[in-house]
Design a protein around this ligand. Sequence first.
Ligand SMILES: NC(=O)C1=CN([C@@H]2O[C@H](COP(=O)(O)OP(=O)(O)OC[C@H]3O[C@@H](n4cnc5c(N)ncnc54)[C@H](O)[C@@H]3O)[C@@H](O)[C@H]2O)C=CC1
Ligand SMILES: N[C@@H](CC=O)C(=O)O
Ligand code: NA
Length: 436
Amino acid sequence: MKAIKVGLLGIGTVGSGTFNVLRRNSQEIRGRAGRGIEITMVSRRNVALAKQIVGEGVTVTADPFDIIRNPEIDIVVETIGGCDLARTLVLEAIAAGKHVVTANKALVAVHGTEIFAAAREKGVMVAFEAAVAGGIPIIKALREGLTANRIEWIAGIINGTTNFILSEMRSKGLDFATVLKEAQRLGYAESDPTFDVEGVDAAHKLTIMSAIAFGVPVQFDKAHVEGISQLQAADIKYAEQLGYRIKLLGLTRRREKGIELRVHPTLVPITRLIANVEGAMNAVVVQGDAVGTTLYYGKGAGAEPTASAIIADLVDITRLHTADPDHRVPHLAFQPDAISDTAILPMEDVLSSYYLRLRVADEAGVLSSITTILAESDISIDAVLQRESADGERQTDLIILTHETSEGGMNKALARMQGLPTVLAPIVRLRKEELA
Ligand SMILES: NC(=O)C1=CN([C@@H]2O[C@H](COP(=O)(O)OP(=O)(O)OC[C@H]3O[C@@H](n4cnc5c(N)ncnc54)[C@H](O)[C@@H]3O)[C@@H](O)[C@H]2O)C=CC1
Ligand SMILES: N[C@@H](CC=O)C(=O)O
Ligand code: NA
């Protein structure tokens, strides 16, 4: 059978990884797919550079629309990134009857609803395994392996750059800017690394997982997003003393009133496997009612791990492209008419435990004025750590861990505590999850 023909839009880190792995493992991939899969056309603005990567026998063009217009191309792989051009290219590829594979989580999290509808209309597939946790087959697991389950929650370290930064800062004492540069050099970071650092990239990925897990549309605009740029070394140290590690976690949980969708630095007990995921590695914990807890671990970024996911999608499409579209796995696991309008909860309604650090005057009655506010707010305390103040120092750090309460209730209590004359600096508030 003739090889299936693939056009690659953008050939940077992920595109060149895909090209190389597909060439290197072509025999095995052919054996699995039932026919060869060949990249016959690539697009990059710098044509000379692209030619250096692909060598002879592959058509290189500066204009990605040349690929869309080429009737010989069966599948388009989008590894350009960004939302504007990528959206246009993907929609035009679909309109031209081509299947699409994308690594672009921003595109899927923001424009997924429109793209999936267009693909259904045209009877083509849009596959995006590489968009979430790179090489970890988490989309496959959620969409196929766990279909029996009512999924309760998902918690994930789903941004390699920030996990690398947090690990290197903690273990080697390196500063933020140095580690970020290294993550960029290694090809982990987004072209705009603020997407990594401020939690946006993790929120894109979480939005996609949440939609698949709970059968709701992708709704990135409803996600609560906080990154690690405000995280202070003192809190990493105090957390360790209390038996916790701070990770940038994406969390989505089914509650009675709706779905939580949030990314923020989170204290996780050191005893949990996920707390020990270091460097650029990713890990996703999925809690299902039947299966219990499952954990997926691996490389979430980098050229070849991401290529592994893209090629898995290419193989799936090659196997399935002649199947009746109604027999394919739905984009969001649930059939389109089973997608629900369950609300994404506003952050005020989210339930969490908390870590609070208060810089307080070291004098009698301070602790009791704070615990009184917490008690009046119905917030129960789990642990308190008070740093010994150094000789002559008239202030100290007070660390409080709370049991679960609502974010709205915590905000009100924090406003009252912040108003106390003995609280000398802005209170640090982090969330804490036991993940049990
Ligand atoms: N780097 C990683 O580890 C991962 C990246 N991704 C996603 O994969 C996508 C690509 O990421 P990278 O490969 O890291 O980015 P990159 O910046 O290394 O590659 C993008 C390529 O697209 C080309 N390009 C940009 N505009 C173009 C245009 N108008 N015409 C033709 N070519 C154009 C660029 O020249 C570049 O070669 C992004 O959506 C990213 O979020 C997903 C998982 C992991
Ligand atoms: N920038 C991302 C790349 C993979 O999605 C990350 O650091 O995880
Ligand atoms: Na993946």
